[in-house]
Design a protein around this ligand. Sequence first.
Ligand SMILES: C[S@@+](CC[C@H](N)C(=O)[O-])C[C@H]1O[C@@H](n2cnc3c(N)ncnc32)[C@H](O)[C@@H]1O
Length: 312
Amino acid sequence: MNWRIKASLQKILAVTMIGDKLNHLPATFNKNYHRNVFLYQSHECLRKFSYCNSVIKERTTALEIGTGYSILSAVILSLLGFKKVITVDITQDIRFSTFKKQIGYIETMEFLNEIYLKSSYTKSEINDLIAIIKKEKSFASLFESLNIIYIAPYRFDDIENHSDSFDYISSQVVLEHIPPDVLDTLFEKTKKWLTQDGFGVHTINFIDHFANPGFFQDKSISEFNFLKYSDKYWSFWAGNSIAYTNRLSYLYYLELCSKHNLTVINFIGENYRDRVELNINLVHNDVIKKYRNIANPDELTRFQRGTLIIKE
Ligand SMILES: C[S@@+](CC[C@H](N)C(=O)[O-])C[C@H]1O[C@@H](n2cnc3c(N)ncnc32)[C@H](O)[C@@H]1O
């Protein structure tokens, strides 16, 4: 299906108050939705943390950017030993009834073994915490028990009102939804906020979301199709709160690190699906000019997804 059909529907949904929730609804119809969310969130949260868990010294405060529809990552960060977890989003999308369904999978053996291994708590402390988590009857009591602070919508000042020092800052497929000027502030703040031994770990999806699998997938396009268009054209189709992606590659995030003097420990690029190569000559100049320096434009489509690991 031509990607502009999905884009048109999202444009219409974006002008309604519940557009984002309606856009998310079809995903929840899968009968394994809550189990899949638990498996995905727990796997991704532990995978990201594994890049630093053997070397991170303090677990005082963690910050998650972009909570989304599930609070599980924040809960898992608490189980890993963080004494305070701040999680923020621009929209408030979590529901306690959803959380209750998803937390039902917490005693999966594979998850428990991983958390026992990576947490700073003992096995028995973790089991006690899980018993508390399972008993909670509201977000208010859950957040109080685990010292989780959920702010949505948020501004950077709101975060700083709770803490301006973090041992761990992470996000999962969020940075690609943030415009360049806000990313710039986030990286500037990251430099200020990260403790000396702290880590930032961000997983970023670099592809055109209209090429994502699903009913509306446009199977005829490259997963980097969006790089062909001018900013004006792209903004017309996808410059709304539901569809917005910044079309930036890993190189841009490396440039941001260099600009803000953040140390890049590693960037792990991945290609997780079949590639449909985009003729690099078709990449629009508006895309190229966002970069300070591109030695080889092929790099713009090198990775579909990646994880950036940084220190102050
Ligand atoms: C694809 S979802 C990912 C959510 C969650 N991290 C997950 O893995 O399920 C992207 C999320 O980023 C959030 N988002 C967009 N712009 C943001 C910003 N400037 N700061 C924080 N979150 C943002 C959106 O509201 C949405 O919840």
